[in-house]
Design a protein around this ligand. Structure first.
Ligand code: NAD
Length: 494
């Protein structure tokens, strides 16, 4: 099926063509037709994206399987050097990657530049692991003095499926670790964000990776499902929502295929009365409503505030949120853009209306935002803050993935911990206090994959990242991140 687009006055022809990258081939068409990509800052279709179908997924997996035979035994230093070259190329194309992010999902250029830096770091970090992996000597305790050791081996072909909110970062968090460990990959980016993956694939080729080691196929949910269930895919690494993750786990169950699942969050930011309120209200608020239009899995979207500073914090948060000015992602000095598409825009506005109906107190925002001019049709939403949010309400329990912050009052440390843990998610936890003993005590009690005290940044490359509960399974980052792409075999010599 092929749909055509209206080549009218609003069509931005500067969007790059995208391809299916299989081995050394760059295919301009896929058997699943095309996806009409929409510029979220204008609401206009700006490009037709060719989509992979099961046929191309199968070819890509077979190609990766063939490439694995020599890649797995290649010298670790060779893999390291190729990854370092790739990191240099990503860095050298940083401005273009920032532009691609703005094209993909409306990430402002200034924010996209920071994401490039992070992506380069992750690529260099895992390049460094390639030649530092080692195994253990195991027991010599049997009566006949058996000598044992472990082999840490790659899986083979890894199926990588990512979502749209950080198209470059998601690639950099998964592909270098998988390759450093000796796997080959077939990657399916979200069809909503094809432009970063296109440049990444071109740079993989330029860096000199053997054909077939990295295959990148734009595709929709059906292509993702084909990849997961392909018998030659040995492990799945997924970033996206819990609903899709359940389908992936169910498909993996058939062959007992392991999966890393990086899913959503509803992370609590506990603000105690001794906190540095300028820092606590500034960064936490900016992440929840001002960065990526709130479309970040680990952002602190529930703020729990001690009762004796509640009114002071509300005033500060309202001022910070009110100072966030959404704008066209290509404009200078813009830090927050549109949400990703019309479906997300309508869903988020629906959540806001439901929260009002459920009795949450609207502190600031709460409306769609019309920028006018070329951006009149864009998917902009005011940074929105609700106070007095019932911890059991839909707003407190469910991920919004939009610029909406929910504030709830608490009295005691015990109550704060109870509310923070009263969700099925468990991705990140944030604590604001000058009392270090309390910070460490609460960090120990939070049921989350990571805890950040006093505004520490998330996504440090050497700190394992990954959630509990419906936030997912497995880790990215640090040694744990590459360990996910290795399996251990015990060997014994009698
Ligand atoms: P989604 O689950 O709808 O889609 C993610 C990817 O899965 C897309 O590429 C999609 O095409 C593919 N897909 C859809 N159905 C599939 C199927 N049946 N089989 C295989 N693949 C399939 O994700 P979304 O809702 O668009 O993304 C937002 C979610 O991602 C949020 O919950 C967010 O918190 C989460 N996220 C998590 C992290 C993290 O690292 N923990 C990072 C970013 C985003």
């Amino acid at each position: 099926m092929s749909t055509s687009i209206d080549h009218g006055a609003t069509l931005d022809l500067s969007r790059p063509n995208t391809h299916l990258h299989i081995g050394s081939e760059r295919l301009a068409e896929g058997s699943a037709g095309v996806f009409e990509h929409v510029n979220p800052a204008t609401g206009d279709v700006d490009k037709e994206i060719p989509l992979a179908g099961p046929r191309e997924v199968d070819r890509a997996v077979e190609t990766a399987h063939e490439a694995y035979k020599s890649w797995r035994t290649s010298q670790p230093a060779h893999r390291r050097n190729l990854l370092l070259k790739l990191a240099d190329l990503i860095e050298a194309h940083g401005d273009e990657f920032a532009r691609r992010g703005a094209m993909d999902n409306g990430t402002p250029l200034a924010v996209g530049t920071g994401m490039v830096t992070t992506s380069v770091e992750w690529t260099r970090y895992y390049a460094g692991w390639a030649d530092k992996l080692s195994s253990d000597v195991t027991s010599t305790i049997t009566a006949d003095g058996e000598f044992g050791y472990t082999l840490r081996q790659p899986y083979g072909v890894i199926g990588i499926i990512i979502t749209w909110n950080g198209p470059l970062i998601s690639l950099a968090m998964k592909i270098p670790a998988a390759l450093a460990a000796g796997n080959t990959v077939v990657v399916k980016p979200s069809e909503l964000t094809p432009f970063s993956g296109e440049l990444f694939a071109d740079l993989v080729a330029e860096a000199g990776f053997p054909p077939g080691v990295v295959n990148i196929l734009p595709g929709d949910a059906a292509a993702g499902a084909s990849l997961v269930s392909h018998p030659k895919v040995q492990k799945v690494s997924f970033t996206g929502g819990p609903a899709t993750a359940r389908k992936i786990l169910a498909a993996c169950a058939e062959d007992m295929k392991p999966a890393v699942l990086e899913l959503g969050g509803k992370s609590a930011n506990i603000v105690f009365d001794d906190a540095d309120l300028d820092a606590a209200c500034g960064l936490g608020t900016m992440m929840a409503v001002g960065l990526l239009s709130g479309q970040g899995c680990a952002f602190p979207t529930r703020m729990l505030v001690q009762d004796n500073i509640y009114d002071d914090v509300l005033a500060r948060v309202a001022a910070v949120a009110g100072s966030v000015v959404p704008g066209d992602p290509f404009a200078p000095n813009i830090m927050t853009g549109p949400v990703v598409n019309k479906a997300a825009y309508e869903r988020i506005l629906g959540v806001i209306e439901q929260a009002k109906a459920d009795g949450a107190r609207l502190l600031t925002g709460g409306q769609a935002l019309s920028l006018g001019g070329d951006n009149a049709g864009g998917y902009f939403i005011e940074p929105t803050v609700f106070a007095d949010v019932d911890p059991w309400s839909d707003l407190a329990q469910n991920e919004v993935f939009g610029p909406v912050l929910a504030i709830t009052k608490f009295s005691t440390e015990e109550e704060a911990i109870e509310i923070a843990n009263a969700t099925r998610y468990g991705l990140s936890g944030y604590i604001q206090t000058k009392d270090l003993k309390r910070g460490l005590r609460v960090a120990e009690a939070m049921v989350t994959g990571e805890v950040l005290i006093n505004g520490a940044a998330n996504l440090a490359v050497n700190r394992p990242f990954g959630g509990l509960g419906v936030s997912g399974l497995g880790k990215e980052g640090g040694f744990a991140g590459i360990d996910e792409f290795l399996r251990t075999k015990g060997v014994a010599i009698a």
